[in-house]
Design a protein around this ligand. Structure first.
Ligand code: TUI
Length: 315
């Protein structure tokens, strides 16, 4: 299976690994790229030189193309972009903002730019500004999210732009992958399922929390402060929701989350840590190598297509 995005980037499978802050390290990105997908290092809130180290580490672990995700709300976004222009990873993905001001410099450096978008207007703007593809992320995703579901966002974005669309949010198995193609996408981005990979260096408690999660366990906090974040329900999210209900100040609410990802990822604190994960956490049931995860999205696709044809009584 190959799509325009595979040819554009020189990758075997049209699978991007989500740029999850803390979780998406050089080790994870290299494993995904070695498995035939596009591994993506998350810059998250890290300073620029730390990102440079991660890029160098990833280069030492793979000779395949990989990307870096820049979280545009980071106070270090400008410096991180400068390091990226110097280091020239194959791809830059961006999240939580508009990367327009960096587009020209990135393209001049020969880097492919794939912004995450959560609306049709943003997708159109990114295409006009020169993006090479857009990642259309639905509200099923983990972390910082938009309003629209993947199901309605992806077909509208696919109709609105000519560049390839990567569907993100909710893709835990091959049925989702086939559905993404039906919606007009040419690839998928997978985040949550890669948390539960052998090569992800997150604390085992975080991985086990994803495995244990059920259908309604990935809840949203921060809607009232304008920065909605999806994470697994725990003491932290309950406290968040309580403060939001009480009408606490944005500062007080945001203070609660400071260091939350670190507590979850490094310390394995599943109570006061922020266990960011998408709704698809409920569909993840084991820890396995990245290469096996990627392959699983493309094995026996014929059976799914045949089943669809059968249901629709085609032939
Ligand atoms: O960026 C993400 N997900 C993230 S970033 C992150 S780090 C964080 N840590 C603590 C609190 C908050 C964040 C964790 N998860 N996904 C990509 C994404 N981008 N989702 C939605 C958007 C988005 C939203 C609005 C992109 C562009 C946009 O419009 C910007 C504009 O200027 O119109």
């Amino acid at each position: 299976m190959s799509t325009r995005i595979c040819k554009m980037l020189g990758i075997k499978y049209p699978v991007f690994q989500g740029g999850m802050a803390w979780v998406a390290t050089a080790e994870l990105a290299a494993a995904v790229s070695n498995g035939g997908g596009l591994g993506i290092i998350a810059a998250g809130g890290a300073p620029a030189e730390a990102v440079r180290e991660q890029i160098k580490k990833c280069r030492a672990l793979t000779d395949k193309p990989f990307g870096v995700n820049v979280m545009l709300m980071s106070p270090f976004a400008d410096e991180v972009m400068q390091v990226i222009i110097e280091e020239k990873p194959a791809v830059v993905a961006t999240g939580a903002g508009n990367p327009g001001k960096y587009m020209e410099a990135l393209k001049n450096a020969g880097i492919k730019v794939c912004p995450v978008v959560a609306s049709v207007a943003m997708a159109k703007k990114m295409e006009k500004d020169g993006a090479d593809a857009v990642i259309a992320e639905g509200t099923e995703a983990g972390g910082h999210i938009g309003e629209l579901t993947t199901m309605v966002l992806v077909p509208q974005v696919a109709d609105a732009v000519d560049i390839p669309v990567i569907a993100a949010g909710g893709f835990a198995d091959k049925r989702g992958m086939v559905a993404a193609m039906a919606l007009g996408a040419e690839g998928i981005q997978v985040g949550t399922r890669f948390i539960c990979s052998d090569e992800c260096i997150a604390h085992d408690n975080y991985k086990q929390a994803v495995i244990k999660a059920k259908d309604r366990d990935a809840v949203v906090t921060g809607r009232s402060t304008g920065a909605p974040v999806r994470a697994l329900k725990n003491k932290l999210t309950r406290e968040y929701i309580r403060l939001e209900k009480e009408g606490a100040s944005a500062e007080e609410i945001e203070q609660l989350g400071v260091g939350g990802l670190r507590r979850a990822f490094m310390d394995g604190d599943t109570q006061t840590g922020s266990l960011m994960a998408g709704q698809s956490a409920a569909m993840v049931d084991k820890i396995e190598p990245c290469a096996d995860i990627i392959k699983s999205y493309f094995e026996d696709i014929d059976a799914i297509l045949a089943d669809i044809a059968d249901k629709l009584q085609i032939n």
